[in-house]
Design a protein around this ligand. Structure first.
Ligand code: MN
Length: 312
């Protein structure tokens, strides 16, 4: 089943509703109306989002993208924008998912993974308990990541270590841009491993607006890969994204263990007051520069830690 999604003005939706009066079916919660034609099922939401789903959604939608309304203004008043959300049936078909870890943690790198799952592997991984890594313990994350690594599931993993992170940040990269480039490269690396395998979509756990993602990639002369979709909280919908979140998290945990061993300090996750105190202790005993290789310096924790040292 194909799908087209557009943003319309509420005025335009009212006009559509009248036009489809004779073919309306009961609307789902939150919808203004739902109608069914030979080409598509049309569902219009209060947010202005209108979905056309069926055999020829483009045919059904196109009439609304070119019409003018009664006061002869072209509408949709803003140019109709396709919403880059995946259709729900992709989550049960073969697809790629990507997710990252470590972005909110003062200590440690950012890790990003991309995973390819076939439609047959999706229920299998669900049965293993693969879900959003934030909802399972670190121990479970490690066990599940090992299980994925030992299976034949293709995936790719990238680690952005703190030194590189800090130098990119220093040269003007936002964390969002770093994430965008990591997702892009992780997905590309995965695609190189599976050149012949079919997939219905690439689902990115959404961390910024699709236009911004595109802009970040364009600034490094890269283009968004075909069939890329964005979904917030994608781990809850896509098992491939959930698997990617598990692999990325396990890698982050492993890197944190390595850093802790090298430093002789048990590094803490997150960015809490305890992290400030730990950063202060590390600075006092090892000097400030050591943070360059184990922390995200631009986080507020750095200055808070310095303050703690001055006060002690
Ligand atoms: Mn995520």
């Amino acid at each position: 089943m194909a799908q087209e999604v557009y943003q319309f003005s509420l005025k335009a939706i009212e006009k559509m509703k009248k036009e489809y009066l004779n073919v309306q079916t009961p609307p789902p919660p939150g919808a203004i109306f739902r109608a069914k034609t030979n080409y598509a099922v049309i569902t219009a939401y209060k947010s202005g989002k209108v979905m056309f789903q069926g055999n020829s959604p483009q045919k059904e939608a196109s009439q609304w993208l070119t019409q003018t309304d009664s006061v002869n203004k072209p509408y949709p008043q803003k140019r109709a924008v396709a919403v880059n959300e995946p259709a729900s049936d992709i989550y049960t078909s073969s697809h790629i998912g990507s997710d990252e870890s470590g972005t909110g943690d003062y200590f440690g790198p950012i890790t990003t993974a991309a995973v390819y799952l076939t439609d047959e592997q999706i229920p299998l991984l669900k049965s293993w308990g693969i879900q959003d890594s934030k909802k399972i313990t670190d121990e479970q994350v490690k066990i599940l990541a090992k299980r994925i690594a030992e299976s034949s599931i293709p995936y790719s993993l990238l680690v952005l270590h703190n030194k590189k992170y800090n130098s990119l940040q220093h040269s003007g990269w936002s964390q969002g841009k770093m994430k965008a480039m990591m997702h892009h490269h992780a997905i590309q690396n995965l695609l190189k491993k599976i050149p012949c395998l079919p997939y219905s979509a690439i689902v990115i756990d959404q961390f910024c607006k699709p236009e911004i993602y595109k802009k970040y990639l364009a600034s490094e002369n890269k283009q968004v890969l075909p069939k890329t979709f964005y979904k917030t909280k994608a781990e809850s919908f896509s098992t491939a994204v959930a698997a990617a979140s598990v692999i990325a998290r396990a890698s982050f945990l492993k890197e944190m263990d390595k850093l802790s061993e090298n430093l002789g300090y048990s590094l803490l996750k997150g960015a809490s007051n305890k992290v400030d105190q730990l950063a202060a202790n590390i600075m006092k005993t090892k000097g400030e520069t050591v943070l360059e290789s184990c922390a995200k310096i631009h986080f507020a924790n750095t200055n808070k830690a310095k303050k703690l040292i001055r006060m002690s």
